[in-house]
Design a binder for this molecule. Sequence first.
Ligand SMILES: [Zn+2]
Length: 263
Amino acid sequence: MKRRDFLIGGALGTMAAGSALAAPAPKGRKPAAPKPKAIIALDAGHGGKDPGTIGVGGTFEKDITFAVARGLAHRLEASGRYQIVLTRTDDSFIALGERVRSARASRAQLFLSLHADSVPNPRQRGFSVYTLADEASDAMTAGLAVRENAVDRLGGLDLSRHPQAVRTILLDLMHRETANNASLMAETVVTKLHPPFTPLQKPHRQANFAVLRAPDIPSILVEMGFLSNLDDEKLLNQTSYQAKLADRLVIALDGFFARVPAA
Ligand SMILES: [Zn+2]
């Protein structure tokens, strides 16, 4: 790697350096810093020995989630606005807690988990978007106040110097902001997934899913449709439908990060 590439970052960086030499910035004015890329953790549900739900026609949920996650990651990275962390990069089994841990270790600013649903009623169709249930969320904040395992994410604030009561308030505030942003993202996905995507009744739902429990990363889980329904299963297997879904999710993510800018 050439030194200049290292400093500025790849081929585009080298070009930028060239044009900067040709036209120096006026004195006293610093060139605008590049916008930071938002880091998104994309979580393809299930994998390896865990196929997820199995469709009426034999589709494995893990294959659909992986196909959509990969397509979405490709689009987001190609936009130049995002850095993507995939919680799994192949057909391997990754424990739920490990998915959240890797997202936190990568300092992801949003966690998006992809799944497909299944119910006994074969007529049930449509997508839904989940955020963490309030009770689970409250219990977690209480636990956090004791364990303080979110300290490193509070903008470098050293919580240990504050009294316990202040720590509890700060953690509670952080957690509320996380929950509010998760709701905003869920609502944004619901509004951007218009036809051919059909929503369930009240498509924004709450549940105590383990992958939604990061205290400091807004997290949502999208159930893309029902593999227990023949029509949904057929659509979810179509690459054109998967591509359209990924396109809409990019629009939703752009909308979210327009309101909640990358740090
Ligand atoms: Zn699932």
